[in-house]
Write a protein that binds this ligand. Structure first.
Ligand code: AP5
Ligand code: MG
Ligand code: ZN
Length: 221
């Protein structure tokens, strides 16, 4: 099974993808995470992407579709036990949606569901600007909604180092949202026409959102 999680910045795509990964043995493919890793490693892709990401604009379609193709190759053949993919933050433009169709078809995969996380954009700014992660294991936290049990210590690995994304300031978040409205939301009708889109209330509790997505994947809603 291969699915897309679609929603504006802060909708909970990454949160839900990592929960589905641990609960269902699928693999999260986040272009944002891959691009951040490339920036950190200073690869040619990272060098091209850094300033664009810091401005909250979109990296080129060719770059992101290239890294998704490589990631799908690494997952292997789905008919031979290769795991299903959860696309998080991809596709983001009509051109990427078209590339994804090709990438999947070439690998004998099909797209099963497009799940739109429906959210209130104003609440998202607070979600994003309060977000931080463990620098060691990547566990996610929030200034208001999810502090570590012991202040300054990661619940998962005990690290005391945390980090924030450079694009998580209010101005850049507004640009990211405008990019979503202008370029990403318009791809929903493409998938609606194919009967693939289902909507989930992304403002519900994290566990409730996961349960709603799982009901869709299990064909119960
Ligand atoms: P990317 O990394 O994809 O960022 P984004 O889409 O802006 O989304 P976020 O990662 O900020 O939000 P999310 O939906 O994952 O929410 P999260 O689960 O973290 O992209 C970054 C940049 O890379 C782009 O701007 C672009 O430059 C580039 N890029 C990436 N992909 C690209 C592509 N395909 N094409 C071109 N460029 C690309 O949740 C947010 C916070 O809310 C967390 O603190 C979380 O704990 C909390 N939270 C989550 N769910 C809930 C809930 N139900 N209730 C309360 N709190 C919640
Ligand atoms: Mg994310
Ligand atoms: Zn940690």
């Amino acid at each position: 099974m291969n699915i897309i999680l679609l929603g504006p910045p802060g909708a909970g795509k990454g949160t839900q993808a990592s929960r589905l990964e641990s609960e269902r043995g699928m693999v999260q493919l986040s272009t944002g995470d891959m691009l951040r890793a490339a920036v950190k490693a200073g690869t040619p892709v990272g060098l091209q992407a850094k300033a664009v990401m810091e401005a909250g604009e979109l990296v080129s379609d060719a770059i992101v579709s290239g890294i998704i193709g490589e990631s799908l190759d690494a997952l292997g053949d789905e008919t031979q036990g290769g795991r299903g993919a959860i696309f998080d933050g991809y596709p983001r433009t009509a051109a990427q949606a078209e590339s994804l169709d090709t990438l999947l078809t070439e690998r004998g995969r099909t797209l099963d569901h497009v799940i739109e996380l429906v959210v209130d954009e104003d609440a998202l700014v607070a979600r994003i600007t309060g977000r931080f992660t463990c620098a060691n294991c990547g566990a996610g936290y929030h200034d208001s909604f999810k502090q570590p049990a012991v202040a300054g210590v990661c619940d998962v690995c005990g690290s005391t180092e945390f980090k924030r994304r450079p694009d998580d300031n209010e101005e850049t978040v507004r640009t990211r949202m405008a990019e979503y409205r202008a370029k990403t939301a318009p791809i929903l009708p493409i998938y609606e026409a194919r009967g693939l889109v289902q909507r989930v209330d992304g403002m519900a509790d994290i566990a409730e959102v996961t349960a709603a997505i799982e009901a869709i994947l299990d064909g119960q809603s």
